[in-house]
Write a protein that binds this ligand. Structure first.
Ligand code: ZN
Length: 65
């Protein structure tokens, strides 16, 4: 898997964009939370760095909140 997913500006296959790392540690070992913005509806939420590539929008795609 590419490390590109943790760079701000990365957009995954579900049209979810990484807009930057938070100061909050993620729930997976050695991970941080990142702020993700849905490019379909502009909803913002947090995701573990390791999950960014597969996240779906909780607002319009039925993803986990
Ligand atoms: Zn959305």
């Amino acid at each position: 898997m590419s490390k590109e997913t943790t760079k701000s500006g990365f957009v995954n296959k579900n049209n979810q964009m990484n807009i930057g790392r938070t100061e909050e540690k993620g729930t997976d070992h050695g991970q941080w939370f990142y702020t993700i913005e849905c490019k379909n509806c502009s909803f913002k939420y947090k995701a573990n760095g390791s999950d960014i590539w597969q996240r779906k929008c909780p607002n319009c795609q039925g993803g986990r909140p």
